[in-house]
Ligand binder design. Sequence first.
Ligand SMILES: NC(=O)c1ccc[n+]([C@@H]2O[C@H](COP(=O)([O-])OP(=O)(O)OC[C@H]3O[C@@H](n4cnc5c(N)ncnc54)[C@H](OP(=O)(O)O)[C@@H]3O)[C@@H](O)[C@H]2O)c1
Length: 316
Amino acid sequence: MAEKKIIAVVGATGAQGGGLIRAILDDTGGGFAARALTRSVTTEKAHDLARLGAELVTADVDDVESLKRAFAGAYGAYCVTFFWDHFSPEREVAQATAMAHAARHAGLQHVIWSTLEDTRQWVPLSDNRMPTLMGKYKVPHFDAKGEANQVFTGLGVPTTFLLTSFYWDNFIYFGMGPRRGPDGTLAITMPMDDRKLPGIAAEDIGRCAYGIFRQGREMIGKTIGIAGEHLTGAEMAAAFTRALGREVRYNNVPPGVYRSLGFPGADDLGNMFQFKRDFHEMFRGARNVDAARALNPSLQTFDAWLAQNKSRIPLE
Ligand SMILES: NC(=O)c1ccc[n+]([C@@H]2O[C@H](COP(=O)([O-])OP(=O)(O)OC[C@H]3O[C@@H](n4cnc5c(N)ncnc54)[C@H](OP(=O)(O)O)[C@@H]3O)[C@@H](O)[C@H]2O)c1
């Protein structure tokens, strides 16, 4: 039997990487093996992956030598950074640079870089429709990822650039779920007006990435945008109403109000939603649902995701 191609997965115990690990291991005849990178092989999450059949290897994206060891002997790697753990775009670029160097050092044949748009290409710092943040960014957690694309390209790493979408899981973990308004009715709040927001089940990002690895060389150098569905706030609220069996409304607010909500990163997310609203044709055009489903036939719709996850959404 031919030896399996090893995919080294950064963030394996997390959302994107975890989906990829499970997709590789679900496809027993697919010819790929999963190497889960983690900072600690002793956690319950790491043990869960090992029980499924993943190889566990210690690595830290702040430590290029650990990445070189973890990528050694692999065919490919899934590279992702963790902005919300440290809120530093410069650190994100440094981590992406470390992964790109390690990928080149290991001679990897296919890397997927989980990226987003550098919004400054559409909203230069001089454009005052939204404030400049941290001195030189408009949407820090987007801009740093987009800026890092050139590092992979410049080092000659054979890379597919994966444009991800808003996780519906944010309604569970990111405090974006329905909240009770002054009249007691539940509502989701976003500054999207009536524009559609490309969204996806976080698990499906990794499952689409697996489809990209399966397609192989033809995907190198390409930018692939994925989403499970594009929905307006009102459409998402209607889906919540159907799933929960109680009214959920869409509460539209101006981006400036969202930026001032006061939680860490509210300004970054306010600018992000404004970018997605103001450039919706470009942003949606870059994220194709049919292409995502071709890569991942089990791609979930928002209704299907809600049916599976509604009990996990904290309701005030
Ligand atoms: N939320 C959204 O809607 C959304 C949408 C698109 C893109 N994104 C982007 O997604 C990225 C996060 O991906 P995710 O959601 O898959 O992450 P996640 O679920 O938060 O998982 C992070 C995992 O990465 C590992 N990790 C953290 N720091 C590390 C380090 N220094 N070195 C090595 N591993 C480390 C941790 O594993 P161990 O503890 O096992 O090491 C953790 O389990 C962010 O940059 C965000 O901007 C988010």
